[in-house]
Design a protein around this ligand. Structure first.
Ligand code: VGL
Ligand code: ZN
Length: 199
């Protein structure tokens, strides 16, 4: 068992990010057995769940635009996604084989006007989710991250955590990427320059 100051953060292993889902990540379901096994090593396990209202501003349908196009939001450029992870739907549910007995499930992306890739801040980079306070008040300063997608929610979560002063390791073998327009290479470089250890 790892020390009490360590936590595993399991990011967005939900049906819509797995094959057959609305925003399927290639091989997204392959990581489930390895993630479940890794959970047994950690005293604290936290899961995140992408959790959007039906008319979310990150959905292409909300703008009458093409999926995977981009738009300018007050907080910067936003990719417009296929409708995914709508609150309470089967697509938003965790993969059926994922162990979900972790200590905390943190939902994100519920603000209709702002997307939230990171488990720590919405995409405006200032609105907190509360996860930082949860970790600090429990004396946790060292994080391992796994899940979907490497280049979006894992990347943003890992970089924010490193900026906040947490020691962060990403197990890239237990992540899978969307990889649009070189986003995976950019994410791996960005994480490394932020001080994230990518294994
Ligand atoms: C994600 C795009 C939109 C992710 C979530 O979990 O990486 N990507 N919403
Ligand atoms: Zn989303």
């Amino acid at each position: 068992m790892r020390a009490a100051n360590e936590a595993l953060i399991v990011i967005d292993i939900q049906n819509d990010f797995c094959p057959g889902g609305a925003l399927a990540v290639a091989g997204g379901d392959e990581i489930v057995p390895g993630v479940n096994a890794l959970m047994t090593e950690f005293p604290t396990v936290i899961l995140t769940q992408d959790w959007h209202p039906a008319d979310h501003s990150s959905f292409a349908t909300t703008h009458g635009a093409a999926p995977f196009s981009t738009t300018e939001m007050p907080y910067g450029t936003q990719v417009l996604w296929p409708d995914h992870c709508i609150q309470g739907t089967e697509g938003a549910a965790f993969h059926k084989d994922l162990v979900t007995t972790g200590d905390l499930i943190i939902r994100k992306g519920f603000n209709p006007k702002i997307d939230s890739y990171s488990a720590f801040f919405e995409n405006d980079h200032v609105t907190p989710t509360g996860l930082e306070g949860y970790l600090r008040t429990r004396g946790i300063d060292t994080l391992t991250m796994v899940g979907l997608a490497t280049d979006f929610c894992v990347n943003f979560s890992a970089v924010d955590a490193a900026k906040l002063g947490f020691k962060v390791t990403v197990r890239a073998d237990l992540c899978r990427a969307i990889d649009m327009d070189g986003s995976l290479t950019g994410a791996l470089d960005g994480m490394k320059s932020a001080g994230v250890e990518v294994l």
